[in-house]
Design a protein around this ligand. Sequence first.
Ligand code: TXA
Ligand code: MG
Length: 332
Amino acid sequence: MVFTLGPGYICPMISRDIKSASDLLRSGRVIGMPTETVYGLAADALNPQGVAEVYRVKKRPSFNPLILHVASLAHAQSHALVFYPQAEALAKVFWPGPLTLVLPKKAHIPDQITAGKSTFAVRVPNHPVALALLEAYPNPIVAPSANLFGTLSPTSAAHVVRNLGDQVPLVLDGGDCSLGIESTIVGFTPEGIPEVFRLGSITFDQLKEVCPDILFRPGTHKEVLAPGMYPKHYAPKTPLLVVDLWDEVHQLSENYGRVAIVAQEPMPVFESIPADVFYWSDDLSLEAVAHHFYRVLDKLDEQNFDLIVTTWFAEHGLGSALNDKLKRASYT
Ligand code: TXA
Ligand code: MG
């Protein structure tokens, strides 16, 4: 099950073996789990040893709660003290899929995964391998993104191995994540009115079609509502600068050494800038940008540039979620 490559180095196995994955979870170990958004670092939500291992391996602060992954709406309902009508409406439209709901929890959901909060976060992922595991495994599974706290989220099994290497005995292989950025998180006021806590793969407009009264109050009290929403997060190791206009890049390359530009499409101005030019995707859609987002930043990190420069996306739809990631990745 585990290859040993020499003293002290364990190479995680990349496989599709649901039985081995279940056995590891049962014995309080963590595994890499694919989802349609990003890969998760999975543990049995009801096994204190496994959950502690998630926090230890990720170096995640214990006050940052985890998302419970379950196989169906009925499973999610069995863990919630209250499942508001608007929560059910959203779940029926978007599950399985990249929507996380934050709801009052029942007592059997351990404080360890909710950081002592009376609410818990839950979603049904839309990925055949994740669903096969969730259907085979008797307990809910917690899975934060499988990166070290604060760094880029992985969107392939190989990236999980590079991130967490010898800390994880097995990574279930589910190919490249189809969506590429995290789920959208929605909580509820005590009256049951939905409120966006974290932008992600589902856009505000999509949510609004189902719940016209949904709230989104960025910058007001989001940090308190979703304690993992740190100003600096998802960051590459290379400094990242986000500009409004490409013309601002002109004076940069001299001061910053080797500069990489990441753009959506070619611009005439690139010809006169001494920088290497890369594209988020060869497709202009924001879905394609999201799909490649972490992978492109990860690849650029490997090339040891002194600076990565990009521009903000149009503040609309998936562009808002990508801008939120860029803001946190470039925060100094
Ligand atoms: O797409 C995703 O959601 C991925 C895949 C693996 O499912 N998971 C993910 O997990 O992004 P993570 O741990 O990186 O982010 C979980 C977020 C944190 O910001 C945390 O604060 C928030 O969920 N959260 C969890 N429980 C919460 C609660 N009770 N109240 C408010 N926010 C909560
Ligand atoms: Mg994360």
